[in-house]
Design a protein around this ligand. Structure first.
Ligand SMILES: *[C@@H]1O[C@H](CO)[C@@H](O)[C@H](O)[C@H]1NC(C)=O
Ligand SMILES: *[C@@H]1O[C@H](CO)[C@@H](O)[C@H](O)[C@H]1NC(C)=O
Ligand SMILES: *[C@@H]1O[C@H](CO)[C@@H](O)[C@H](O)[C@H]1NC(C)=O
Ligand SMILES: *[C@@H]1O[C@H](CO)[C@@H](O)[C@H](O)[C@H]1NC(C)=O
Ligand SMILES: *[C@@H]1O[C@H](CO)[C@@H](O)[C@H](O)[C@H]1NC(C)=O
Ligand SMILES: *[C@@H]1O[C@H](CO)[C@@H](O)[C@H](O)[C@H]1NC(C)=O
Ligand SMILES: *[C@@H]1O[C@H](CO)[C@@H](O)[C@H](O)[C@H]1NC(C)=O
Ligand SMILES: *[C@@H]1O[C@H](CO)[C@@H](O)[C@H](O)[C@H]1NC(C)=O
Ligand SMILES: *[C@@H]1O[C@H](CO)[C@@H](O)[C@H](O)[C@H]1NC(C)=O
Ligand SMILES: *[C@@H]1O[C@H](CO)[C@@H](O)[C@H](O)[C@H]1NC(C)=O
Ligand SMILES: *[C@@H]1O[C@H](CO)[C@@H](O)[C@H](O)[C@H]1NC(C)=O
Ligand SMILES: *[C@@H]1O[C@H](CO)[C@@H](O)[C@H](O)[C@H]1NC(C)=O
Length: 849
């Protein structure tokens, strides 16, 4: 692993030099002035980039508030004392390739706050002994490619705060650390990458021993080490030692590693760089020197040629707790030492074709196993066996294709908690998880899956808290797809699809879910009860779908939501009812990239947008879609005032419209009453003029017409004396509204009203209406009496309710018709008696009698 090196920028240097050199020749002088002074204000008052200057001193336009100054590729040549006094706030100063050859005493004197000084690629010929005075906060000093040949005269002994010293790409030949290194008690990273170190001798690192540093990273890569004297590293504690491409050949490496005897190191990195390989093949015994090194992690990187013999690979590292084998083109694991203590094993970019489960099962202490990024790895036939401590298996980013996931592969691995099979080819999941039923994390993303979606494959994973099946070409058909996942907290399934592009109660029992990602699932519709169980859900990502609306009923159960991503759907507005159900806990809402309608009709929504700027994410992508005139206008810059006039007009018209509608409705509803009142009024005026043409106006249900004709009309009109009855079907004038007829022909022209009351009568609205008119007419005019003839057994309660008080008024007559001779007789006497009261006799009639 390369440390955070400042690599020389050779390619860019040539280009820049060319540009700088050619500028005066190519551009007119005015422009040249501009181009030669290109100070770019990256962050206002704080960060300036003034590259390629041809001036001495800090450019005048850089203010004294500047904290980060990049003067790289400028032609500064030499730094004099108090050179940077105009920028005392500096924290980062980059002087890369400034053609510096001289740094005089106190050049940086004023930079008490400087933490990073980069002097890469300057051929320093002279550095004053007080060159770095004043840098009391310096943490990182980069002296890459500065023509340093020896550490002895490097004037940095007083930089107590220094944490990182990068001396890469120089000509340092000896690792002998001068005494002043004992002063650098904060040093954590010391790089001699690509120097000329050939021998490391006893005593070279004494300064480190005295400081007893526990966590220093020492980089010796790309040197040409020929020999490490045994004892050089004895009793040295290091955080990390990096030896990549440090040795010329197998023999040198083999003997040099012996020289590490006695070293205690947290991580040892040995190997090559992929672009600079000196050792081609791994040979047996290569790492035998490491038996005397105490380390926690061993990294072997970029070795090639393991075909023949890896039997000795683990000989001296079998008890290291963590081993990483990176880019080794390892085709197989051969000999594994007995009783190995390896707890973590990683093989990245190896050349396995088959997961070597049988061999790896010999690492009995294994807790974490990772085999990743191996593009030849496609088969998983072998079983892991009896790895009782194994907790994590990461087989991501290979080309695995296998069926029967995921129980048979893990025999007696009762502690397996994490299983990562993401970014592989094809895996068929059967639903058998018996051997791994305690899984907590299962990651299958970006692997084509067979099984999930069609039937409840996860049924036995009752403890699982994390499931990622994003982009697995899963089509969720079964409503029980996630059944059994009763502990699930995180479900990621972006980039899949649901049957009919509809979410329908798919998350029934996931009541502990707090993160749900269903983005990019082609969703068109969400059923109302879908989220009912998700009362603990905190994050919902439903972006990149085709949802047209945000239905409050659907999202209301999500009372704990803190982040909702609804971006990239087809929403036109969030209605007030939707805004109301957004829970108070919500702190992030992304509704960008929807098809918003920016019309004053949705003024409240647009106002809300302005008020909720803190809540809303990606505001710049919230853009009006309609009307066309508003296209590309940002929602937050929508001019609300343009709506105010409109709003009042709109509300006025709405109110007017409402009033008209209500008025029309009332007219429609009370048409008869109104009309009746009008006729009544006109009737009052004329009543005196009208005679009593009829003795009685008969109101009855048309269904009782037969009875009326036979039992009422014929006997009364044909009897002595004859009575004149008004019957609507006979006496009403055609062409005149029925109500007018009732009033004028019926009530106004009759002395009495006969109501033939039957079940039919009580059921008929029309009869009720007529009866009501008769009642009110009676009250208004004090005129016609009402004769109620009750025909048969009718519902007494209904009768009482319908007839009301009328029945008890003295003027009125209440008769019951009974089909018996004696009763009829009494009935007729009573009826004629009533009708005779006040009858006017005309002479002809009297004569006839
Ligand atoms: C930068 O500094 C100038 C002068 O001191 C000041 O007027 C301006 O407001 C500052 N700008 C910012 C962004 O702080
Ligand atoms: C820099 O400026 C000096 C004079 O100030 C001039 O002689 C020199 O040619 C310039 N160099 C470049 C690269 O422009
Ligand atoms: C920066 O310069 C301004 C005047 O331009 C001065 O008032 C201020 O004190 C200076 N700040 C520092 C830290 O020197
Ligand atoms: C490096 O320094 C040596 C003197 O120590 C000098 O002779 C040589 O020219 C310098 N190299 C460069 C590229 O400046
Ligand atoms: C080391 O630090 C001490 C105390 O700060 C100082 O006196 C001494 O000069 C430093 N040594 C060097 C070589 O700078
Ligand atoms: C040692 O340093 C590395 C980074 O350089 C850091 O990640 C690690 O936590 C440190 N370890 C200790 C024990 O300080
Ligand atoms: C590896 O084995 C092959 C034959 O299997 C042989 O030709 C080759 O020389 C061997 N290489 C080494 C480095 O032993
Ligand atoms: C590893 O440790 C075991 C016991 O802890 C011991 O038997 C074995 O020899 C050790 N192996 C190596 C290579 O040090
Ligand atoms: C599984 O591996 C992939 C790729 O290495 C990684 O991005 C992902 O975070 C891992 N999943 C889990 C749950 O650690
Ligand atoms: C739903 O979850 C509860 C516990 O959270 C469990 O008892 C019940 O069996 C589950 N129902 C189904 C259908 O999985
Ligand atoms: C939601 O998912 C999309 C892609 O599927 C992603 O780009 C976005 O970052 C996610 N949103 C959040 C808030 O994580
Ligand atoms: C809106 O923006 C898109 C892309 O930025 C552009 O293609 C389109 O012409 C713009 N429309 C209007 C009306 O400005």
């Amino acid at each position: 692993m390369p440390g955070p090196l400042k690599m020389p920028r050779r390619g860019s240097f040539a280009l820049w030099t060319l540009v700088v050199l050619l500028q005066p020749a190519l551009v007119p002088s005015q422009l040249a002035g501009y181009l030669l002074n290109p100070c770019l204000e990256v962050i206002p008052n704080k960060t300036f980039r003034c590259m390629g200057l041809n001036v001495s001193g800090v450019p005048a336009e850089v203010p004294n508030t500047t904290q980060n100054l990049d003067l790289s590729f400028s032609n500064l040549k030499s730094l004099g004392s108090n050179y940077f006094s105009s920028v005392p706030e500096l924290q980062i100063l980059d002087l890369t390739r400034c053609q510096l050859h001289t740094i005089e005493d106190n050049s940086f004197k004023d930079l008490h706050k400087l933490s990073t000084l980069i002097l890469t690629a300057n051929s320093l010929q002279y550095r004053g002994t007080a060159a770095f005075y004043g840098l009391t906060s310096l943490k990182k000093l980069v002296l890459v490619e500065t023509n340093i040949t020896s550490l002895t005269d490097l004037p940095i002994g007083h930089l107590h705060t220094l944490q990182e010293l990068n001396l890469g790409h120089n000509n340092i030949a000896s690792l002998k650390l001068p005494k002043y290194f004992t002063n650098l008690t904060s040093l954590r990273h010391l790089s001699f990458l690509s120097n000329k170190i050939t021998y490391i001798s006893k005593g070279d690192l004494d300064a480190l021993r005295e400081a007893n540093r526990l966590n220093l990273t020492l980089v010796l890569s790309l040197n040409n080490i020929k020999y490490i004297q045994p004892g050089s590293f004895a009793k040295i504690h290091l955080g990390e030692l990096v030896l990549r491409s440090s040795f010329e050949n197998f023999n040198v490496m083999h003997t040099s590693l012996q020289g590490l005897t006695g070293l205690q190191v947290t991580r040892l990195i040995v190997g090559e760089f992929s672009n600079s390989q000196r050792l081609v093949d791994f040979q047996s015994g290569l790492l035998s020197g490491l038996c005397q090194v105490q380390m926690q992690e061993f990294v072997l990187i970029c070795f090639r040629g393991f075909e023949n013999n890896t039997d000795t690979l683990f000989n001296c590292i079998g008890n290291v707790s963590s081993i990483r084998l990176v880019d080794l083109q390892l085709e197989e694991v051969s000999e594994v030492p007995m009783f190995s203590q390896v707890k973590q094993l990683e093989c990245k970019k190896c050349k396995f074709k088959e997961v070597p489960a049988v061999k790896l099962s010999l690492f009995k202490e294994l807790r974490v196993l990772r085999i990743t990024k191996s593009k030849h790895l496609n088969s998983f036939q072998q079983k892991f066996e009896s790895l009782s401590n194994l907790e994590v298996i990461d087989l991501s980013e290979n080309r695995l294709t296998f069926t029967g996931c995921c129980s048979p592969q893990f025999h007696k691995c009762p502690n397996l908690k994490h299983l990562n099979l993401s970014f592989n080819s094809d895996i068929s999941v059967t639903g058998d998880f018996t051997n791994v039923k305690d899984l907590l994390y299962l990651d299958l993303q970006h692997t084509k899956l067979l099984g999930p979606g069609s039937y409840p494959v996860f049924l036995s994973l009752q403890k699982l808290i994390y499931l990622d099946i994003s982009y697995t070409r899963t089509l969720v058909k079964s409503q029980c797809t996630f059944c059994g996942l009763n502990s699930l907290q995180v479900l990621k399934m972006a980039g899949n699809s649901f049957e009919n592009n509809k979410l329908a109660n798919n998350f029934k029992n996931l009541s502990h879910l707090h993160t749900l990602d269903i983005s990019s699932c082609k969703l068109v519709q969400v059923d109302p009860s879908t989220f009912d169980a998700l009362s603990e859900l905190k994050e919902l990502n439903i972006s990149n779908n085709k949802l047209l609306s945000f239905d409050p009923v659907v999202y209301k159960p999500l009372r704990a939501l803190t982040a909702l991503d609804f971006s990239n759907n087809q929403l036109s507005v969030l209605l007030e009812s939707a805004l109301e159900i957004l829970p108070d806990s919500l702190v992030q809402l992304d509704i960008s990239q929807n098809l918003f309608e920016c019309s004053c009709v949705y003024l409240n929504f647009l106002k809300w947008i302005k008020e909720k700027q803190e809540l809303l994410q990606n505001k710049e992508l919230m853009i009006c879609h309609t009307p066309a005139s508003m296209n590309n206008v940002s929602l937050s810059s929508f001019d609300l005032s343009s709506c105010h006039l409109d709003a009042s007009t709109v509300s006025f018209s709405v109110i007017t419209l409402l009033a008209v509608v209500v008025f029309l409705f009332l007219i429609y509803k009370y048409y008869f009453q109104l009309y009746y009142s009008l006729v009544l009024l006109s009737g009052c005026k004329h009543s005196a003029e009208r005679g009593d043409t009829y003795d009685a106006f008969v109101i009855h249900s048309s269904k009782d017409q037969e009875w009326v004709i036979k039992e009422l009309v014929e006997p009364l009109e044909g009897g002595t004396p004859p009575f004149q009855l008004c019957l609507y079907y006979r006496d009403f004038l055609p062409g005149i509204p029925i109500v007018t007829n009732i009033i004028q022909e019926g009530f106004l022209s009759s002395r009495n009203v006969i109501a033939v009351i039957s079940t039919n009568f009580l059921e008929s609205k029309w009869c009720s209406f007529e009866f009501d008119i008769a009642q009110s007419w009676q009250l208004v005019e004090g005129k016609a009496g009402i004769i109620m003839i009750v025909l048969e057994e009718v519902n007494k309660a209904l009768l009482r309710q319908r007839l009301g008080l009328s029945r008890y008024l003295k003027r009125n007559t209440y008769l019951e018709w009974k089909n018996k001779e004696i009763s009829r007789h009494i009935f007729w006497r009573q009826l004629t008696g009533v009708l005779l009261e006040g009858k006017k006799w005309n002479h002809e009639a009297v004569k006839l009698m």
